[in-house]
Design a protein. Structure first.
Length: 323
């Protein structure tokens, strides 16, 4: 028990160290207008194209789950033998790279070599969600950018849409995120769209015998087959993650889960555990502001995963390339 206590204290001390190194207003002296520049750019462009909020939020998930929140997801592959995270299957549908590059260019013009790409990802994700009427949360800054990016690591660390509860629990735990974080962060699926190829096996070939996933509401499945994904080989059609509400940050996603209408297997998996299903029910039965507040807390927690601070990493001049 004594050893367990020492380990626990070590973890708490480490998390405290991360929080101390990341702080609110990190750029107040080195680049006072940094956060305002990000906010103004995001508000201007997301107001005109609100559908971009979802992929920009997704970008932070895909960054933080591989090597921590170090902007490794933004690095371009440089040679055939070095395929970066961008080239991995989970990231082939990521959008928003040029958006991030534009923000970085504005910040470089204001304060060259000061603001990290990792912090830009975190600030953009929050500001994009706020712009469409979603929750806000404090973004502590001070992250530095990583210099390593590997496609294989993305495959190993980003939960695929076909994930079951056990694999989700394992992957989230490896990032220091618990089951409540799993439920809350999955709530990001209240906005955005998905390609049919991400879930068509649930409609056409769930167990390899040409069958349908029995956990999927049959009426919902039929609607997807007839009106959306009319072929098991459809790689281009997109479907709303939260039908009828995919541009609004609300509780509709969770209500659909309880009706067996989660689009991905990983969504449906949240109702296969008594613990996570209870969290879902509590969110549905509570006010929207509860979800907003708790989602923000989980985003803060995720934003601290594996960060590089101090003298580790670098501040990239261009987000797609190491210096």
């Amino acid at each position: 028990m004594a050893n367990a206590g020492i380990v626990l204290l070590g973890i708490v001390a480490f998390l405290g160290l991360v929080e101390a190194q990341l702080k609110l207003g990190y750029y107040d002296e080195s680049c006072p207008r940094a956060e305002q520049i990000v906010q103004d750019f995001v508000h201007k462009h997301i107001s005109n194209a609100p559908v971009l909020a979802a992929p920009l939020l997704r970008m932070q998930f895909h960054d933080c789950f591989v090597r921590g929140c170090d902007a490794s997801v933004l690095l371009n592959s440089t040679k055939a033998g070095n395929q970066t995270e961008k080239a991995a299957n989970p990231n082939l549908t990521l959008r928003g790279f040029s958006f991030i590059d534009s923000v970085k260019s504005s910040l470089e013009a204001e304060c060259p070599g000061v603001v990290s790409c990792a912090d830009i990802i975190a600030l953009i994700a929050r500001d994009a969600v706020v712009t469409i009427g979603g929750p806000s949360w404090p973004v502590r800054t001070g992250r530095r950018d990583g210099t390593i990016s590997n496609a294989t690591e993305a495959l190993q660390n980003i939960p695929p849409p076909s994930s079951n509860f056990s694999s989700l629990q394992t992957i989230f735990a490896s990032k220091g995120l618990d089951l409540k974080d799993l439920v809350l962060l999955s709530g990001a699926h209240t906005i955005g769209v998905a390609h049919c190829s991400s879930f068509s096996n649930r409609l056409y070939n769930f167990t390899g015998k040409g069958d349908e996933d029995p956990s999927l509401d049959s009426e919902y499945a039929a609607n997807l087959e007839v009106r959306k994904c009319m072929s098991p080989n459809d790689n281009t059609t997109i479907v709303e993650m939260d039908p009828g509400s995919f541009r609004t940050f609300d509780l509709s996603y969770y209500r659909l889960l309880l009706k067996r209408r989660g689009l991905f297997q990983s969504d449906a998996a949240l109702t296969t555990s008594a613990t996570t299903k209870s969290y879902v029910t509590q969110l549905v039965d509570g006010p929207l502001q509860n979800f907003f507040g708790e989602f923000g807390q989980s985003m803060v927690k995720m934003g601290q995963v594996g960060v590089l601070t101090g003298s580790t990493g670098e501040i990239r001049k261009h987000c797609a390339f190491v210096n």
